[in-house]
Ligand binder design. Structure first.
Ligand code: PRP
Length: 223
């Protein structure tokens, strides 16, 4: 699927995280064509100042899938997504330190005090991360039935889908605004540079160049 002379494709997540990614992109010398940062622009693929590199703007979960299947050679992806899919085709060598948040278990505040997580043997959870959630609970002998949602997990307890959720928390405002409280952390999350392993083997100089550049941007040298 990967052809040696084709343009390199870098997959970036749209939404909030893109604002954090842009300065890093500029640090490594990539300037997207006009329209890339305009969410009203319906194009998905953009040229850059570098003739050999294009950028695509997609959902964060899809960054991992495009990189794993070789549609994108490189991507920026949260380790929540990398852990959930655990694609063997992806190597994620650089922690970019962006999009810092945590994956947590939360429940309605009126359950706090009467609910002891140490006594759980099974539970139902609404989440975007069924694999991570099941693995987390299985690790301590708790069977988790996951209801897969793609967003607005915080509504699930008040509307009776379940009593607990597993979701990302950054400021904590969304949990608070919906009457929920964090009860345990599953993982600390940041975005990483993700690389397709086959692309790295077939185009080691170019991919290696970008790994060095992104690592340099994180470390603060002008690599
Ligand atoms: C994420 C997450 C929470 C919220 C947490 O959703 O799923 O809902 O951010 O952030 P906070 O702790 O700062 O309030 P996002 O806004 O990315 O949208 P999504 O529901 O479409 O994933």
């Amino acid at each position: 699927m990967l052809r040696v002379n084709e343009k390199l494709v870098l997959a970036l997540p749209k939404g909030r995280i893109l604002n954090e990614v842009m300065p890093v992109l500029r640090d490594v010398g990539i300037e997207p064509e006009a329209g890339f940062e305009d969410s009203d622009d319906r194009r998905l693929r953009f040229a850059t100042n570098l003739p050999e590199l294009d950028i695509i703007r997609i959902r964060s979960f899809d960054v991992a899938t495009f990189v794993a299947f070789g549609g994108a050679h490189l991507g920026v992806c949260g380790n929540d997504v990398l852990l959930e899919f655990d694609y063997p085709e992806i190597y994620a060598p650089v922690d970019l330190g962006l999009g810092r948040c945590r994956l947590v278990v939360a429940e309605p505040e009126d359950m706090i005090g009467s609910d002891d997580p140490a006594t759980w043997s099974s539970l139902r959870v609404a989440t975007k991360y069924p694999t991570l959630t099941q693995a987390h609970f299985a690790g301590r002998g708790v069977q988790a039935e996951c209801i897969k949602l793609n967003g607005a997990m915080e509504l699930a307890p008040q509307l009776g889908l379940c009593r607990r959720i597993v979701d990302l928390v950054s400021t904590g405002n969304t949990l608070k605004a919906n009457g929920l409280v964090e009860i345990e952390q599953i993982a600390a999350i940041t975005s990483r540079l993700a690389v397709n392993r086959a692309a790295w083997k077939t185009r080691p100089d170019e991919i290696g160049h970008w790994i060095t550049k992104f690592r340099g941007a994180v470390d603060g040298d002008a690599a």
